[in-house]
Design a binder for this molecule. Structure first.
Ligand code: IPM
Ligand code: MG
Length: 373
């Protein structure tokens, strides 16, 4: 077992962000201690918390800390306190800038139904059981990063948001989607609106061309409205969904609901392979839950295990955490948002403590009997 030294920038952010990132940091620290790695955590101000401290959501020292880290763990940002600010000053603008500055053009959102949580999916078991989808969302272009304009007063206003893509921007994210599919079900569904949008015509043409570099992978195209419907009707038809920034934002929330809760879903945002990647749960800051220790830490914990696998090549360590969490769920422990009748409802910190306890137990067992027993 080779020892790894890693620096992790931690951006707790707003609302439930600090609670859930604390949970993820605790399991990462336990994992490092158990497997002999050295993880150094460096906490940085971001989002609304940074606006309150420095007047801007992405202060220079936060950006510098992210650039020099091996990976970044982010909680969530935003909240009613900053909602009245103009778009360019809101916490969300800090996240968009961070994505831009770090060149994070790929966003991966794995949506997997955990057997213990089958009952909380809004779909019947025969439709959703075994569902395992990876959404690959383009993250650095589209209507998110085009010009935004709002002029004039209420009765006589004019607004514009420009959507734009280049061939190169589509190619690089498409390649990633095909590479992911090659390690899984060998099927990419590209989602666009090529019956209406020029950016989508370019998207479809470019994805088809990249697809020809991967003859072993089946490529389908769906219009986004149909894709939204198919996700509910026949989610098991999907392996890797490849889509643009805006459509990916929307479809990934819908797909998360299939798994039972948006609180369960992790994400990876990355660019070039040698640059630090960013990991975050896809849920928001959930202001009504903030500070009450009742949020679900699983989106953040799975973001940590995604980090272990994708940035650090530590698959066994990730598996150790996920298996422990699954045992906690199998024992009927839940946080409030993923509870079913008869569940044993725990607070966020208690649920995390149960997971750490299971990790520790598994380790003692392994010391006695070896891995894989
Ligand atoms: C997400 C979020 C962000 C986005 C917001 C907070 C800017 O919804 O990561 O999905 O729209 O990309
Ligand atoms: Mg979103």
């Amino acid at each position: 077992m080779s020892t790894k030294r890693k620096t992790i920038a931690v951006l707790p952010g707003d609302g439930i962000g600090p609670e859930v990132t604390r949970a993820a940091v605790e399991v990462l620290a336990d994992s490092a201690a158990a497997f002999g790695h050295h993880f150094e955590f460096c906490e940085l101000a971001f989002g609304g918390a940074a606006i309150d401290r420095d007047g801007e959501p992405l202060p220079a020292d936060t950006l510098a800390g992210c650039r020099s880290a091996d990976a970044i763990l982010l909680g969530a940002i935003g909240g009613p306190k900053w909602d009245a600010l103009p778009l360019a000053k809101r916490p969300e603008s800090g996240l968009l800038r961070l994505r831009k500055e770090l060149g994070l053009y790929i966003n991966l959102r794995p949506v997997r139904l955990r057997p213990a949580l089958q009952g909380i999916s809004p779909l019947r078991a025969d439709r959703v059981a075994g569902c395992d989808i990876e959404i690959v969302r383009e993250l650095a272009g589209d209507i998110y990063f085009g010009e935004h304009e709002l002029r004039g007063e209420n009765g006589n206003a004019h607004a514009r948001d420009v959507a734009a893509y280049t061939t190169a921007e589509v190619e690089r994210v498409a390649r990633y989607a095909f590479e992911r599919a090659a390690t899984r079900g060998r099927h990419v569904t590209s989602v666009d609106k090529a019956n209406v949008l020029s950016t989508s015509v370019l998207w479809r043409r470019t994805v088809s061309a990249v697809g020809r570099e991967f003859p072993g992978i089946v490529l389908d195209h769906l219009y986004v409205d149909n894709a939204a419907m198919q996700l509910l009707l026949r989610p098991k038809q999907f392996d890797v969904i490849l889509t643009s920034n805006m459509f990916g934002d929307i479809l990934s929330d819908e797909a998360a609901a299939l798994a039972g809760s948006i609180g369960l879903i992790a994400s990876l945002s990355r660019g070039r392979k040698d640059a630090p990647a960013l990991y975050e749960p896809i849920h928001g800051s959930a202001p009504p839950l903030a500070g009450k220790d009742i949020a679900c830490p699983l989106g953040a914990i799975f973001s940590a295990t995604l980090m272990l696998r994708e940035s650090f090549g530590l698959a066994q360590e990730a598996q150790h955490i996920e298996a422990a969490v699954d045992r906690v769920l199998d024992s009927g422990y839940r946080t409030m948002d993923i509870a079913e009748p008869g569940s044993r409802v725990l607070r966020c910190s208690e649920f995390t403590a149960q997971g750490r306890h299971e990790m520790h137990d598994a380790l003692l067992h392994t010391e006695r009997y070896g891995w894989g027993v």
